[in-house]
Design a protein around this ligand. Structure first.
Ligand SMILES: [Zn+2]
Length: 221
């Protein structure tokens, strides 16, 4: 800059100024200086969604549980297109969701604290999808919903502090069962067809035995 002739204005080539503008903007987005909160969040969401997509691709190819579920979905007649498993920003109360109308799964980008967390969430939603393919779930029927939630929480690793115990001690872990029961009741309580939390708990209890012991397609668990 100091070598510029006196009579020329220090103009950069369009290329350089474009790079500089991008760089300055990136810096601003990271520091939060010079951009609105909305711009900063938008950039964060894009970044999180890209990360989520990367991890998703990895899991679809290399997670034994995910690959296993996709194989069994295919055997049940649904070859899930990878576009039907998508990453998107959601409200922060949830990690994932399953849309029965679209046969699609949403992974909530920005919600996951680890790859394993996303893996459990994906397997959880794949079990809902599997139940829909195999048993034609009526999601407005609380007993149906409760059953699928019990299975999804039991088999996905969501209640993972007992993962090591699965082989051999599976049926005996009270902690694991309490976790599955609690999470299933929470999900059922969030169903618009459910009047209150007490009803959700009651319905989970009513279908518990048959649904907790139904470990398809993980029959060897
Ligand atoms: Zn669920």
């Amino acid at each position: 800059m100091s070598n510029l002739p006196q009579n020329s204005t220090p103009s950069e080539s369009p290329d350089q100024s474009g790079t500089f503008a991008r760089w300055r903007r990136k810096f601003a987005l990271i520091t939060g200086l010079g951009v609105t909160e909305e711009e900063r969040l938008e950039d964060l969401r894009r970044y999180q969604t890209r990360n989520c997509e990367k991890t998703k691709e990895y899991l679809l190819n290399y997670s034994p549980a995910v690959v296993f579920m996709l194989k069994h979905l295919k055997l049940s007649g649904y070859d899930v297109p990878s576009g039907n498993i998508l990453c998107a920003p959601c409200d922060m109360t949830r990690a994932g969701g399953y849309s029965p109308e679209h046969g699609a799964i949403v992974l909530c980008s920005g919600h996951f604290f680890s790859q394993t967390h996303m893996e459990h969430t994906l397997v959880h939603e794949l079990i809902h999808l599997y139940d829909d393919c195999r048993f034609k779930v009526d999601w407005k029927n609380l007993r149906h919903h409760a059953c699928s939630e019990i299975r999804a929480n039991n088999l996905s690793g969501d209640c993972r502090f007992t993962r090591e115990l699965r082989r051999g001690f599976f049926a005996f872990s009270k902690q694991h069962q309490a976790c599955v029961r609690r999470r299933a009741a929470e999900s059922v309580a969030a169903n618009p067809a459910c009047p209150d939390a007490a009803t959700a708990e009651r319905v989970v209890n009513e279908v518990w035995d048959s649904c907790f012991n139904d470990t398809r397609p993980f029959d060897e668990v």
